[in-house]
Design a protein around this ligand. Structure first.
Ligand SMILES: [Mg+2]
Length: 197
């Protein structure tokens, strides 16, 4: 199994080849190559690499702009390659989607640790974001269940405990989730509970 799927983007084909070799020797898979920012966006969409190693100065579209678009559209981070050390560039490179920054000439000694760290960080960020989404979803369901419970209390004159237990029993009998039953109650302002009461 490869250590990660990468895309290499640089308008100098020799440098691209060098980087590709360094990555492959270190156990990474290079799934796509591009020589400008526009093509990089297209190929990122198609191949969905884990990480992009991308030159800044390129024809058609520069690496900074392409990296921003790719991160916003597909959630893929970039390590930037540049021969320039202008402050402005470094300031821009501090944006969230830039997971590393290497100054040319690129050596294996710099490249491989940067790639390792970037892939690790990006996986960590993704799992955190996944957890947050999961929590938000659970909280949303809890809110819907509360609301549905209120409706049952109202419509069937139940106390809170009874309304909740009724929903639980209904779930078990119908093998539906609390969320599904809540949605049903919210939509119909009723539940076939007479057999349960
Ligand atoms: Mg260039």
């Amino acid at each position: 199994m490869s250590k990660g799927r990468l895309m290499v983007v640089d308008d100098e084909s020799i440098l691209r080849m060098d980087i590709k070799e360094m990555l492959q020797e270190a156990g990474y898979e290079v799934v796509a190559e591009a020589n400008n920012g526009e093509t990089a966006i297209e190929l990122a969409a198609r191949h969905r690499p884990d990480l992009i190693v991308m030159d800044v100065k390129m024809p058609k579209m520069n690496g900074l702009k392409a990296a921003r678009i790719i991160y916003r559209s597909f959630d893929i981070p970039t390590i930037l390659l540049t021969a320039h050390t202008e402050e402005e560039l470094i300031a821009e490179a501090k944006e969230a989607h830039i997971f590393g920054y290497l100054v040319k000439p690129i050596t294996e000694k710099d490249l491989i640790p940067a790639v390792e760290v970037a892939i690790g960080q990006s996986r960590h960020v993704k799992s955190l974001l996944g957890n947050i989404k999961e929590m938000e979803k659970k909280m949303e369901i809890r809110k819907r269940v509360e609301k549905a419970k209120g409706i049952l209390m109202d419509v069937y004159q139940l106390n809170e405990e009874r309304a909740y237990q009724t929903m639980r029993t209904y779930c078990m009998n119908t093998r539906k989730t609390m969320g599904e039953v809540a949605e049903y109650v919210l939509k119909n302002r009723a539940l076939d509970i007479h057999s349960l009461l």
